[in-house]
Write a new protein. Structure first.
Length: 117
């Protein structure tokens, strides 16, 4: 039997408590327009290159907060990315590690990572 499942991630879901606030925060972070439609009153598909990110307020509970990053956002300049996050007064979790990556949190406490590629 041929395997009907591909080895490609389609999207990552992030649990958020308030879909409008999360949409605005993530769009501001990523420098993308926040004019997309909120689907079914709880989903927002971020306009991404590559693997997608879907913000979902229906799956949010305090137990579902992402404590360890499940993916990383790319950068060519880790120091500039770190300074950018700090200037936005976003909660930092780690300093730059091994000159390569760092963790920070979204407003709901989900751990996110930026990594130099």
């Amino acid at each position: 039997m041929n395997n009907p499942i591909t080895n490609k991630i389609g999207t990552v879901f992030i649990p958020v408590s308030n879909i409008e606030r999360a949409r605005d925060w993530y769009c501001n972070l990523l420098g993308v327009e926040s004019n997309g439609e909120i689907l079914f009153d709880h989903l927002y598909v971020l306009p991404m290159q590559g693997t997608g990110i879907v913000l979902d307020s229906k799956i949010f509970t305090s137990e579902n907060i992402i404590k360890t990053p499940l993916f990383h956002l790319n950068t060519d300049d880790i120091e500039a990315a770190f300074d950018f996050i700090k200037q936005k007064q976003i909660e930092m979790v780690t300093p730059i590690q091994h000159g390569h990556y760092f963790y920070f949190k979204d407003p709901d406490g989900n751990a996110l990572m930026v990594c130099r590629c």
